[in-house]
Design a protein. Structure first.
Length: 367
């Protein structure tokens, strides 16, 4: 492959230009940091990526990274600390074909049982988690995306990936390169082959999800207060309410990075099989951020509520009496969420209407 070089252009006060070549970091040093850097910052691979698995076992061996992209597509990553070869292409097809054959419930179990390790968020119910993130149910009718990641690629592997991508297999190839200057380390990402984006697959219907949710509510013994909690949040937030097998979610419209409007989940009423008789009120990070504009960070917790590593919060409710005790707090919180959400919408509308405004676009380094 062609080598990638990087230069720093320095302009002094007299408008003189100096061009400094950044030194390439040897492959061994880059290997040691690449995977950990990606796990801590998934945006290095793709914007909006959420990782749900790392080194998870499959019949074909451990799958390096499993994620969900910003459109809700399952993404399989095969990372090679060295140069990508034809063996890596065969491996990722093996992993992707295995996951594609799993029914949604089987995939949910596969992910949930293996999450919570090696820096990956713990997910108790993948299907419920997915609904919370994307305000729609997961469907396996759309096959997983395949992404090969390495520090280089040989010509046979490049040819194979190019052929598959041109044959409408959703497979991409990314390489990273490291440079050093003044004690600082820089990473450059090169998207060498990228598959054409595909359309979203259909998801489970609202009626199907509601039937499954009602069965779960009855099975876990929370009929006495679960639906009352749902009516409360739907009324207080004036939100779009969607049932999924793991519980109701309540969404408000937001502008995405591309400028389109999409429903985003703010609050969920989560049911987990391992905790019968209890309901988890999950306040998502975007809801906490909205409420903090009105209440400040000190005013958005109550007794029994725990902050989550992702910036959200949760509290478990085990009876109608417990729900009644915290209802005043949640009424105040919902008012703050709606007020903060409206402020953000007004800011976005003002920015979109401003003459000459445009979104910043990051540039990637290409060979």
């Amino acid at each position: 492959m062609k080598g990638i070089r990087l230069w720093q252009v320095i302009q002094d006060e007299e408008n003189s230009l100096e061009v400094v070549s950044l030194e390439g970091v040897n492959q061994a040093e880059t290997e040691a940091l690449l995977e950990e850097a990606i796990v801590r910052h998934p945006d290095l691979l793709m914007e909006g990526l959420k990782l749900v698995g790392r080194q998870t076992d499959t019949p074909g061996g451990p799958l390096d990274l499993l994620g969900v992209d910003s459109d809700g597509r399952l993404v399989v990553f095969e990372l090679k600390r060295g140069t990508l070869t034809r063996e890596a292409v065969a491996q990722i097809i093996d992993y992707g074909s295995y996951l594609a054959e799993l029914e949604p419930e089987e995939l949910s179990e596969h992910i949930s049982e293996r999450s919570g390790n090696l820096g990956i968020e713990r997910i108790d119910d993948f299907l419920g988690w997915y609904q919370e993130q994307f305000a729609r149910g997961f469907s396996n009718e759309q096959k997983p995306r395949l992404v090969l990641v390495g520090l280089g690629v040989d010509e046979r592997a490049r040819r194979m990936v190019s052929f598959l991508a041109e044959s409408e297999v959703d497979i991409s190839l990314i390489t990273f390169h490291a440079f050093a200057e003044g004690g600082k380390l820089f990473l450059a990402r090169q998207v060498e082959i990228e598959a054409e984006p595909s359309t979203s697959a259909p998801s489970a219907t609202k009626r199907e999800n509601l039937a499954r949710l009602r069965q779960r509510v009855a099975r876990l013994g929370v009929e006495g207060f679960y639906y009352e909690m749902a009516r409360f949040f739907q009324s207080q937030l004036s939100a779009y309410q969607w049932p999924n097998p793991g519980g109701f979610s309540f969404s408000l419209p937001e502008l995405t990075e591309s400028g389109t409007e999409s429903n985003r989940v703010f609050v969920s009423l989560y049911l987990i099989e391992s905790r019968p008789g209890e309901v988890q009120v999950r306040v998502h990070p975007r809801a906490m951020a909205a409420a903090s504009e009105v209440l400040g960070s000190e005013g958005i917790t109550c007794q029994g509520m725990n902050l989550r590593p992702d910036g959200g919060a949760e509290i478990w409710i085990g009876s109608a009496e417990e729900w009644e005790a915290v209802t005043p707090f949640f009424q105040r919180l919902c008012e703050a969420i709606v007020a903060g959400w409206r402020k953000k919408r007004e800011r976005q509308a003002h920015e979109e209407a401003r003459p000459g405004s445009e979104r910043e676009v990051g540039e990637e380094i290409v060979a």
